[in-house]
Design a protein around this ligand. Structure first.
Ligand SMILES: Nc1ncnc2c1ncn2[C@@H]1O[C@H](COP(=O)(O)OP(=O)(O)O)[C@@H](O)[C@H]1O
Ligand SMILES: [Mg+2]
Length: 223
């Protein structure tokens, strides 16, 4: 199996006086799903941001140890180099949308890495087909149900074809139907061999995970 993402002896806090986690080791292989659980405020989102490079590239703090993408420290890569391998879906799907036309939001990533026009179109079609949103290609994101909006946000990331996908409490704003839709889609991503990080404080939503990292104040445990 290929090791894709690795945290080695990783410690992080927004200030050195209050570290959120220390000496954390985590390895994510191709096709593997790791769940992250822990109470609100324990540092789950901050860890996700360390794993996708938002920390240290956009947000800073006291960061020790390292995070490696196929052996390369994220701090030494540019954010756009990380984004083609690691994508993150947030709690709030609206964070991913800036255009009133769904497909324009999907074009943003591949346009940013300067793919040829035809390939951008193919990537958009592929992502919408995977998320079963083809019929909403020209719709306003707000015309979609909550679950579909989250799949739309996921589609924006899928156009970059990342090998690693991080879901940071992506189901928390969704109703039961939305949760089911997202859960089923996460299952299909796993079947495709994507490496997944799934954060949720509801254990039942972590059933796709092969291992679970429990974060708590003063320690962590991987089981
Ligand atoms: N940008 C920031 N600056 C300072 N403190 C922050 C920042 N973001 C989050 N925190 C604090 O860090 C702690 C962990 O937050 P977070 O990683 O969002 O936890 P979780 O996702 O588990 O709820 C919280 O106490 C939060 O208030
Ligand atoms: Mg969070």
């Amino acid at each position: 199996m290929t090791l894709l993402l690795e945290a080695r002896d990783l410690s992080f806090g927004y200030t050195a006086e209050r570290m959120l986690f220390e000496h954390l080791d985590l390895e994510l292989e191709e096709g593997e799903a790791i769940g992250i659980a822990g109470v609100s405020g324990c540092g789950k989102s901050s860890l996700c941001q360390c794993l996708c490079g938002i920390i240290p590239h956009i947000k800073s703090g006291e960061r020790r140890g390292g995070v490696y993408l196929k052996g390369q420290e994220l701090a030494d890569l540019r954010l756009c180099e990380i984004a083609v391998s690691v994508g993150m879906v947030f709690q709030e799907p609206e964070q991913q949308f800036f255009s009133p036309v769904l497909e324009a939001n999907l074009a943003f990533g591949p346009e940013n890495i300067c793919l040829p026009r035809q390939q951008i179109g193919e990537r958009i079609s592929g992502a919408l087909e995977f998320s079963r949103l083809e019929q909403y290609r020209l719709a306003h994101p707000r015309q979609l149900s909550g679950g579909q909006q989250q799949l739309g946000a996921l589609s924006c990331i899928l156009t970059l074809q990342p090998q690693v996908l991080i879901f940071d409490e992506a189901a928390s704003q969704l109703d039961e139907d939305g949760c089911q839709l997202l859960d089923e889609t996460i299952g299909r991503l796993k079947e495709q061999g994507k490496a997944l990080i799934i954060v949720d404080h509801h254990m039942k939503r972590l059933h796709h995970a092969d291992k679970i990292l429990y974060l708590r104040e003063g320690g962590w445990e991987l089981k």
